[in-house]
Ligand binder design. Structure first.
Ligand code: ZN
Length: 136
């Protein structure tokens, strides 16, 4: 497992949250992206080497909508960069972690992602993410 790649923050209103974080950082987000399969709209802010991902639900059955309903807005997940997501999933499964995706899926920001159930990790949803290699 490498560094923390980003923190994901669940928000009710992405536009309003963008303004808050723009004021906080003193600069605006560098990208927005909707991942329809996950039912989320996201925006990304850079903060030094780290990133903050704001997530808004695009539909009622989105995991973000459910999260906000249960817990309110706030930190939703911590994402760690990995070099080989397939090997990490295998390793963590062997360690007894509950992996939510047997197969990594395409997430926002050109990443392959997989999640670990918060029940296995003291209440924190953990995302593994690997940069998708665009070389052919
Ligand atoms: Zn994320």
């Amino acid at each position: 497992m490498e560094k923390i790649e980003h923190l994901g923050i669940a928000v009710k209103d992405l536009k309003a949250a963008n303004k808050v974080y723009e004021s906080l950082f003193g600069y605006t987000h560098y990208k927005t992206e909707t991942v329809e399969s996950e039912g989320v709209s996201t925006s990304f802010f850079k903060c030094g080497d780290n990133k903050i991902e704001l997530l808004e639900a695009t539909r009622e059955d989105s995991p973000i909508a459910k999260f906000i309903e249960k817990k309110g807005e706030g930190i939703h997940h911590v994402a760690f960069a990995v070099n080989d997501i397939y090997a990490e999933i295998k390793r963590l499964k062997n360690e007894g972690f509950r992996i939510l995706n047997e197969e990594p899926k395409k997430g926002a920001d050109n990443k392959l992602v997989a999640f670990i159930h918060p029940k296995s990790t003291n209440g924190v949803l953990i995302e593994l993410c690997q940069e998708i290699n665009n070389e052919k």
